[in-house]
Design a protein around this ligand. Sequence first.
Ligand SMILES: [Fe+2]
Length: 426
Amino acid sequence: MSVATSLTAQMQLGARFRAVRRRTLELCKPLTPEDMMVQSSPEASPAKWHLAHTAWFFESFILRAFAPGYRIFNADFPWLFNSYYRSFAAFPQKHLRASFSRPGLDEILCYRAHVDEGIERLLEGSPEPEALERIELGLNHEEQHQELLLTDILHAFFTNPLRPAYLPEIATTGAAGREEADPLRFVEVAGGLREIGHHGEGFCYDNERPRHRVWLEPYALAYRLVTNGEFAEFIADGGYRRPELWLSAGWDAVEENGWSAPLYWTGEGGDCSLFTLRGAQPLARMAAASVSHVSYFEADAYARWADKRLATEFEWEASAAGTAVEGNLLDSGRLVACPATKVVQGESPAQQFGDCWEWTASAYLGYPGFRPLAGALGEYNGKFMSGQMVLRGGSCVTPAAHIRGSYRNFFVPETRWQFSGIRLAE
Ligand SMILES: [Fe+2]
């Protein structure tokens, strides 16, 4: 790479750094300092913690390693805001994050500014290529936390008896204002030997590599996601009361948690409403929108009820190859899963990106020859490769710059607080 090319790349990275960091603060604008302290479930984190932890990532893995003379902002922060990197430092128990009333929000914002200044100074010099790669990793990390921040705030506001809305209501039934979804059709895919995993230029996580070949039998993917209206039919047909529809662990989860509808559904029948980042919406008005906040177990049971199945992550990725990353992502500003608006053409189903993460039938495992990143950063993805299922495609709170066809998200199968939905396959 010539000096001029590398300088341009450095300037582009600097611009992206400023944009991503600014967006995190913008997402906090509708929140009060009190909102930013709430941790309403052990899997969620307070918004204030997200602000601090994303700064911690840049300080810990970039500034301390690559910025000569960098002054650590506070000697306690390296362990206080560590999430799970055991080979880096100790860390507090996750469920205690709501107790971090100190440091105060002002101090966290100063921490962010201090870290921003450090990165800007690093980018003004001649940083090592490894430093630039880690800044890009830090930005992807921050984008993940932008999504988590919104996901966690939705849960926090749902548990508040006042049920406050993060943003005002908008028309959520899609661009055409339709209240009924198109009939479900399936897109036939020929199958064969396909290449899976990231290739070419651009950022990817270690878990998207190495690219490798997978044999696919012919299959078909639903051209759109399952809607709220369709999921309501599953409920009305006794879906949550019929053990024969459920995996054993799924039925245990139904009984233990008393599940009778997706998370955020309240009321019954004609009074049923869905809590969203734009407040409670009547199910009747959201019937054509994609069902969201279901666990893997619910997605699997729904598919069995519908006499279909969930796609494997490889089937999903093979269908997404060549599909432009566009859809109802964070950048649309809607922040609510919406109906499919695109009519299917050829082998390209609608909604592959955005609206809801799609549970796949694939366990989250390393690809053949997988090697985690070296050092503590190797703990980013690889150590979670047991007991989790892969989700694909991003949601209405995923930044568009963050998602791609080879992206693998993963959660334990009970997870419902994510914007997770269902695409059927056959
Ligand atoms: Fe993190």
